[in-house]
Design a binder for this molecule. Structure first.
Ligand SMILES: Cc1cc2nc3c(=O)[nH]c(=O)nc-3n(C[C@H](O)[C@H](O)[C@H](O)COP(=O)(O)O)c2cc1C
Length: 392
């Protein structure tokens, strides 16, 4: 593991964020770091954890803390899953494979976005652990059906259907940094924005050596081939998923289905009624509708609605192992993390993702010991005090 991601340089996820910021051009760093509009929800997701306080049991011996858990029947070494992060190949050469490799080595699951730069078959081979496939309906139904079939054949064990992207959120940093112009492939339009790439020559050299501007090899448009990178915003707008679509998706995929992007108890019930096996309380890390409540605050409502029927996962704002513990005390079965590992990927590729997972794992063990709790399975509400707004 490179020294740049080890202590004393990197002690926590925020340090990884700083290293990633140094290595990446602004346009790529902001793509990871930013959120929609005023970024209220992005910040609120993180702050919600500050409002929950611990109630430790002291003088309790916990020689070995057991972090293991099963999600959808699959054993994981800890209650963490890597969330789908589209275009990870922009962040680091063969980024999706690099992240999947680190997840597999750590015994946790990796979720591959439809909008990825690496072939799904290569990602499945890269990981020794479970891999999940996140589905967008970009390219239409036939295109999705062929991706679903490829994912099944390659050994993906769950299908994650994201339901909170009827349009792309308003990511103002992306507009200011000239994402559209840089993707235009027209020199005149690109020129005012290329300087940010030239000031990061190491990133630029590795990006170009990895093939430069990508296509999406898992979105094969019938009669046309892989979707071009520049088409994403438009394609997302034409690809919204409805509850109706969930029916044919349910028929096409015989394995577990996870619905990602549930905000309310009502939608949670709809997800279960459509045949979901698990759901993720998620607001896309504050990248879609700004002004929605932090996910930790919505968790009790969702659990009250469907908690006895399916597994409820949560994402958004996880930056420390203690955040994971708080989410589990409030009833989540496990969490997904996006930026926490994307910063690691930006800092040092697979080694950076390994480091992010290691930080969260050692945080988890330490927090359990300080709580006087011997295993993840024993965590419950008695270990935390929650503010009134989280009581449902
Ligand atoms: C750079 C980036 C790209 C993302 N791409 C996708 C995607 O392609 N599909 C998807 O369902 N979610 C996507 N997400 C959302 C994440 O899966 C996850 O919901 C979110 O990152 C959780 O919040 P956190 O970053 O605070 O952990 C993306 C998030 C980030 C940061």
């Amino acid at each position: 593991m490179p020294r740049s991601v080890q202590p004393p340089c990197v002690v926590n996820i925020e340090d990884l964020r700083r290293v990633a910021k140094r290595r990446l051009p602004r346009v790529v760093f902001d793509y990871i770091d930013g959120g929609a509009e005023d970024e209220l929800t992005l910040r609120a997701n993180c702050r919600a954890y500050e409002t929950v306080t611990f109630r430790p049991r002291c003088a309790v011996a916990t020689p070995a803390c057991d972090l293991r858990i099963t999600v959808l029947g699959t054993p994981l070494s800890m209650p963490l899953i890597l969330a789908p992060v589209g275009s990870s190949r922009l962040i680091y050469p063969r980024g999706e494979e690099a992240a999947a490799r680190a997840a597999g080595a750590a015994g946790i699951a990796y979720t591959l976005s439809t909008l990825s730069g690496c072939r799904l078959e290569d990602v499945a081979v890269a990981s020794k652990g479970p891999v999940w496939y996140q589905l967008y309906l970009v390219g239409g139904r036939d295109c999705a059906l062929s991706a679903i079939e490829r994912a099944r054949a390659a050994g993906f064990s769950a299908l994650v259907v994201t339901i909170d992207t009827p349009v792309a959120g308003m990511r103002e940093r992306d507009i200011r940094n000239g994402v559209k112009e840089l993707l235009s492939r027209k020199l005149g339009e690109m020129l005012p924005f290329v300087n940010q790439l030239l000031t990061k020559p190491r990133w630029l050299a590795s990006f170009l050596a990895d093939g430069g501007l990508m296509k999406f090899p898992n979105v094969i448009i019938p009669g046309q081939g892989p979707m071009l990178y520049a088409d994403v915003t438009t394609a997302l707008e034409q690809s919204m998923v409805t509850w109706h679509d969930l029916r044919w998706i349910r028929e096409a995929w015989s394995g577990p289905i996870v619905i990602k992007g549930v905000h309310t108890g009502d939608d949670a019930r709809r997800a279960v009624d459509t045949g979901a096996d698990a759901l993720v309380v998620s607001n896309h890390g504050g990248r879609q509708l700004d002004g929605v409540a932090p996910t930790l605050r919505m968790l009790p409502e969702v659990l009250a609605s469907v908690g006895d029927r399916i597994e409820v996962l949560l994402d958004g704002g996880i930056r420390r192992g203690s955040d994971i513990v708080k989410a589990l005390c409030l009833g989540a079965r496990a969490v997904l993390a996006g930026r926490a590992y994307a910063y690691g990927l930006g800092a040092a590729g697979s080694a950076g993702v390994e480091r992010a997972i290691e930080i969260l794992r050692s945080d988890l063990t330490r927090t359990l010991k300080l709580l006087g709790c011997a295993s993840i399975a024993e965590l419950d509400r008695s270990y935390v005090d929650v503010p009134a707004e989280l009581e449902k």
